[in-house]
Ligand binder design. Structure first.
Ligand SMILES: Nc1ncnc2c1ncn2[C@@H]1O[C@H](COP(=O)(O)OP(=O)(O)O)[C@@H](O)[C@H]1O
Ligand SMILES: [Mg+2]
Length: 358
């Protein structure tokens, strides 16, 4: 039932502008959830629409479960209805004049599935999305979150080979969004369907994805498991997009060492580049350790002055002056340890700092 998706050198050029999708290649294994993450306009929806068949690619190939569904250079374009794909969009695409059950049953009626089999399938999928008790309600009486569950049930009921979701939580208010987000992964995994999920929201991507592909300007910048994406960003865009806020200029002075313009040397476990390269050292605020002055002398321990601290209840964000830069650091805990003007020490972790070309 669930199928592998292979997208190879996909390109989509609209009549004007640069390519919306520019040489994108990736694979989603059967039963895997892959998230395409990126800012608005980076080409996520266009990629999804090409896979669904709603858009004709300019170049490249798409195959689902070993069947080629798009290969423009060879004139292959399988129409959407023959691709056996389930889709869920940002807007609740439900039929307002129908009940929940009628909505979910619709694709089965359309496919002429026998009545009792259809009923069993509808019951099963309503149970899966947590709507069993609402089966006979008109959809107009449901909350946004419940309508999105109806849309999801309707996309899953005919057991598509692939489920495509385009920012399905964007229209929900914060509380419903978090609830459905946390449940979506369970639902998709229980349905055992291959899923490609598009969002601009990092938190959604991390919670939902087995792997995340970060897109920018039509290009796929990196596709990795969430932990790898956050700990081994392959380029500055991915680092920035996943929350790296500190960039320090320097030059690679020896393997594993970056000399800063202020004269200090940072040890970096796995620096890219060669001696003499001008680089940016990228450091996540969460990975910087703070110490009271005089405590310890670890690798990469430097004096710092607290410019300001902002208490957020369960964490404190600090602006620090160190290494000739203004650096942001975050410390967990309900008791802020430092105040403005304090002189402290910072430790820049050698194995959680990354080097990119300037
Ligand atoms: N039908 C279209 N005609 C022309 N340009 C389009 C069309 N659809 C999307 N684009 C352009 O393609 C780029 C990618 O859009 P889109 O795939 O919707 O991005 P995202 O979903 O990541 O926000 C944007 O620059 C957008 O303006
Ligand atoms: Mg979009």
């Amino acid at each position: 039932m669930s199928a592998e998706l292979i997208v190879s050198h996909l390109r989509k050029q609209f009549a004007v502008g640069r390519p919306a999708v520019d040489d994108v290649s990736f694979r989603v294994a059967a039963g895997e959830i892959v998230v395409l993450l990126g800012p608005s306009g980076c080409g996520k929806t266009t990629t999804l629409r090409c896979i669904a068949g709603l858009e004709q690619p300019t170049a490249g190939t798409i195959s689902i479960g070993g069947d080629e569904v798009a290969a423009p250079e060879r004139g292959v374009h399988v129409p959407p209805r023959l691709r056996n794909i389930g889709m869920v969009f940002q807007s609740y695409a439900v039929w307002p004049h129908m009940t929940v059950r009628q909505n979910v049953n619709y694709p089965l009626r359309h496919r002429k599935v026998p009545r009792d089999e259809a009923e069993r399938k509808v019951d099963r999928v309503l149970e899966l999305v947590g709507l069993s008790e609402y089966a006979e309600r008109p959809v107009t009486q449901l909350s946004g979150g419940q309508m999105q569950r109806v849309a999801l049930a309707r996309a899953l009921v005919y057991e598509p080979r692939i489920l495509l979701l385009d920012e399905p939580l964007s229209n929900l208010d914060a509380k419903l969004r978090l609830r459905l987000r946390d449940e979506l992964r369970r639902i998709i995994k229980e349905a055992k369907v291959t899923a490609l999920y598009v969002t601009h929201d990092q938190a959604e991507a991390v919670v939902l994805g087995d792997r995340i592909g970060v897109m920018e300007n039509g290009k796929l910048m990196q596709m990795s498991a969430p932990v790898e994406l956050y700990n081994k960003p392959e380029n500055l865009f991915v680092a920035n997009f996943t929350g790296v806020s500190n960039l320090i200029k320097g030059e690679i002075s020896a393997p594993g060492a970056v000399r800063l313009s202020t004269g200090e040397t940072l040890r970096i476990t796995a620096p890219r580049g060669k001696t003499g390269d001008a680089v940016l050292v990228a450091i996540r605020p969460e990975n910087i350790q703070l110490r009271p002055n005089g405590e310890g002398a670890d690798t990469n321990s430097f004096p710092a002055r607290v410019i300001e601290g902002h208490f957020h209840g369960t964490q404190t964000t600090y602006a620090l002056e160190t290494l000739g830069h203004r650096i942001e650091a975050i410390e967990l805990g309900t008791v802020p340890r430092f105040s403005a003007h304090d002189t402290i020490r910072v430790v820049i972790p050698p194995d959680h700092s990354w080097v990119f070309p300037q």
